[in-house]
Design a protein around this ligand. Structure first.
Ligand code: 13P
Length: 251
């Protein structure tokens, strides 16, 4: 299976000229990295620009968030339908920055997963413990269960899950590949309890948290880890190009 590299630009990219430069270099890098699937999750307003520049490349467009509401009096929100209409294919849901800065609860995460799935978007569900202390695996697995509570099996089977330990995000302090792999194996068991082990085995699992061109290969060389969700390093043209190159070499 092709590895999936998802760029989460967050608000690190906040100028149109910066976005253009980064998009052009990513398209160039993608041509050398055939065999790697790349998704760019830019701020909403940049989606049409992303679509225009990635046209005829193997890159897909993603979003960093969406509304759980479909239509109505929700000032400032962007619906799944609108994303679909504007050519978005993937959407990040339940990122820790949404959960802990914007107080998104597990219940809201489930509603967002439903809204995205019904519209045929591909949700990238983020999970991860805040601290690696005490019984952190239990905390993590409880969050996984709560984030898919009541979600239809057919939708669970189509999720992409990103394991992002919160303490590893933006700190330069990535998890060890071994611990990340073990956590991912445990997460898959939770999924298997809902949809069966065969369907759960097919779910793509990503690692995220301080991934760079220096450590990418250590994470995604494992068959358990189907790719990476990358913040800061995805906004550095040179580093991101190198990440794509190293991923392509792995196949
Ligand atoms: P960093 O790669 O900047 O640590 O961010 C990870 C992340 O949150 C991706 O969604």
């Amino acid at each position: 299976m092709k590895k999936l590299i998802v760029a989460n630009w967050k608000l690190y990219v906040n100028r149109s000229d910066q976005a253009l430069k980064l998009l052009k270099s990513t398209v160039r890098a993608s041509k050398m990295g055939s065999g790697v699937k790349i998704v760019i999750c830019a701020p909403f307003l940049m989606v049409p620009t992303v679509n225009a520049i990635i046209k005829r490349s193997s890159i897909s467009t993603g979003a960093q968030n969406l509304s759980e509401g479909t239509q109505g009096a929700f000032t400032g929100e962007v619906s799944a339908h609108l994303l679909k209409d504007y050519g978005v294919e993937y959407v990040i849901i339940g990122h820790s920055e949404r959960r802990y800065i914007f107080d998104e609860t597990d219940e809201v995460v489930v509603q967002k997963l439903i809204a995205a799935s019904k519209e045929g978007l591909k949700p990238i569900l983020c999970v991860g413990e805040q601290k690696r202390v005490g019984n952190w695996k239990k905390t993590l697995l409880n969050q996984v269960s709560a984030s898919i509570k009541g979600l239809d099996k057919k939708y669970i089977a189509k999720l992409i899950i990103a394991y992002e330990p919160v303490w590893a995000i933006g700190t330069g302090n990535a998890d060890t590949p071994q611990d990340a792999k073990e956590a991912i194996i445990e997460i898959r068991k939770v999924l298997a309890r809902r949809i069966g082990s065969k369907a759960a085995a097919n779910i793509r699992m990503l690692y995220g948290g301080s991934v760079t061109s220096k450590n990418i290969a250590n994470f995604i060389s494992s068959a358990e880890i189907g790719g990476a969700l990358i913040g800061r390093a995805s906004t550095n043209p040179k580093d991101f190009a190198l990440i794509i190159k190293k991923t392509a070499l792995l196949k």
